[in-house]
Design a protein around this ligand. Structure first.
Ligand SMILES: [Zn+2]
Length: 327
């Protein structure tokens, strides 16, 4: 059922309505990823307000145009008030190069594999016309491949995936095959009808890669705004569980020499969405939960006045006006 073969459009519509699939058949390792769970928000914010020794770079690896209704919840009152139309947004794909002083280099998200540079090549991994159209691949413009990034920065000791949507795993084919891949909880067990269309493409990107290792998040404690993992056990890099965009979606809080950085992941795709406290739209697993996650991340921004925020697919304007429109 989960392998999309050549089917008539009506059959496809019925299948979408009646079935649901996991995002990929790629294996989940029994090995639990490293990291220290069970931190209170108070502890995390206390640590990240101190300067750290992590170096992190954000590299733009592709430009793209995607429909706004996927990226911003157009049904939100603020979207209506702003009269937002469902036009194309200019978005970017990023890879983050994180250098830890003793643990080495890690990537956050995987970039763009070399086989995505020529859509007419036989090995172009996005084969489904449905996926190519739905995600507007004709406007997908790779700028540098993950192979280029590895040549410049070295192969990573591991890759933390903010989540496993196509645009975040499409660099995996260029990684050395022994690279550990770390994800959030329930990311591969969750079932959705829309996975039926993307599952084959995801499987192709992940073919031959290491099984995913799940980060050791504690159960979300009542009264705590979020559940976090201290990735290296030295209070410098924290993964925060943001389960709305996908069940295992992650944001990251990172202590650098120049102050804390928040990577929102796809809990916020766009600058407008972040500035106006409006969650992404149809690309979410659960819009209401994503809105809660976004409000939680905006509250962190309010508590850390020198915070730099990097949203999932766009840069914020600077200087920041620092108004929290969630309230
Ligand atoms: Zn994305």
């Amino acid at each position: 059922m989960c392998n999309l073969v050549k089917l008539q459009p009506l059959t496809l519509v019925l299948l979408f309505a009646l079935s649901s699939c996991t995002a990929t058949s790629h294996n989940l390792s029994k090995k639990i990823a490293p990291g220290t769970p069970n931190l209170s928000q108070e502890d995390v914010l206390k640590h990240v307000s101190q300067p750290g020794t992590i170096k992190i770079q954000r590299l733009t690896v592709a430009d793209w145009k995607l429909k706004r209704k996927g990226l911003i919840n157009l049904k939100h009152p603020r979207s209506k008030e702003a009269k937002l139309k469902n036009t194309y947004e200019d978005v970017h794909l990023y890879i983050y190069i994180l250098e830890h002083p003793t643990q080495g280099t890690f990537f956050i998200d995987s970039g763009v594999a070399s086989n995505l540079t020529d859509p007419d090549a036989d090995d172009y991994p996005v084969k489904s016309p449905v996926v190519r159209k739905a995600l507007n691949f004709k406007e997908f413009k790779p700028l540098r491949t993950t192979a280029d990034v590895i040549q410049e920065h070295g192969a990573p000791n591991g890759v933390f995936l903010t989540h496993i949507h196509i645009d975040h795993i499409m660099g995996v084919p260029d990684l050395p095959k022994n690279t550990p891949l770390f994800i959030g909880p329930h990311e591969t067990s969750h079932r959705e009808a829309k996975h039926l269309g993307t599952r084959g493409t995801l499987n192709r990107f992940l073919d031959g890669a290491q099984p995913f290792q799940t980060l050791p998040f504690p159960e979300h404690e009542e009264g705590q705004p979020f559940s976090a993992v201290d990735l290296f056990g030295d209070q410098q890099v924290f993964a925060i569980h943001t389960p709305g965009h996908t069940p295992g979606s992650l944001a990251f809080l990172i202590r650098t020499e120049n102050g804390p950085i928040l990577l929102t992941g796809d809990t916020s795709h766009t600058a407008w969405g972040w500035d106006n406290c409006v969650a992404p739209g149809l690309f979410n697993s659960d819009i209401d939960e994503t809105q809660k996650d976004l409000e939680m991340l905006k509250a962190i921004e309010e508590k850390l006045p020198n915070l730099t925020v990097w949203t999932g697919h766009q840069s914020l304007s600077t200087p920041r006006s620092n108004t929290n429109r969630c309230n």
